[in-house]
Design a protein. Structure first.
Length: 142
């Protein structure tokens, strides 16, 4: 081997490498951040599940009301009446059905929007907190 600095007598590798600072990793902070992230995901999942259940219940109620309306209309149509009366009832039923469908659609859209907002609120809060945690950790290193 050639003559190198590492083989010279009196060379101290500890003194040579002492000027290099190796970055440290704070495992406690990393574990705490992971736990907070997991808790946030758990909260988001719970909010999403609760919203899905609430929306499913509301859709069931809407379907029940729609079926009841159809049954009531069918009974009404079988009760008799003139052609003009039945035509007027059909037109009225079609109008009410359309208005009901639009109202139900708007209500479901609002429920979905509320669900999304509730689920993402915890994630948004966690991201904001994580940003502050990172800034504090960087400030400590300086």
């Amino acid at each position: 081997m050639g003559d190198s600095a590492f083989q010279r007598p009196g060379f101290d590798i500890g003194k040579f490498s002492g000027g290099f600072k190796m970055p440290t990793f704070d495992t406690t902070s990393a574990v705490e951040a992971g736990q907070k992230n997991f808790a946030t995901l758990n909260a988001m999942s719970s909010a999403t599940l609760n919203s899905v259940i609430a929306i499913a219940h509301r859709q069931t109620e809407m379907m029940r009301a729609t079926v009841d309306s159809f049954v009531s209309h069918g009974t009404e149509m079988l009760a008799g009446g003139t052609f003009d009366e039945k035509a007027a009832k059909q037109i009225d039923f079609a109008k009410r059905s359309y208005e009901s469908a639009v109202a139900y659609t708007r209500e479901l859209a609002a429920l979905y929007a509320k669900s999304r907002s509730e689920a993402l609120a915890s994630v948004h809060d966690r991201i904001a907190a994580l940003s502050l945690e990172i800034k504090a950790a960087v400030a400590q290193k300086k």
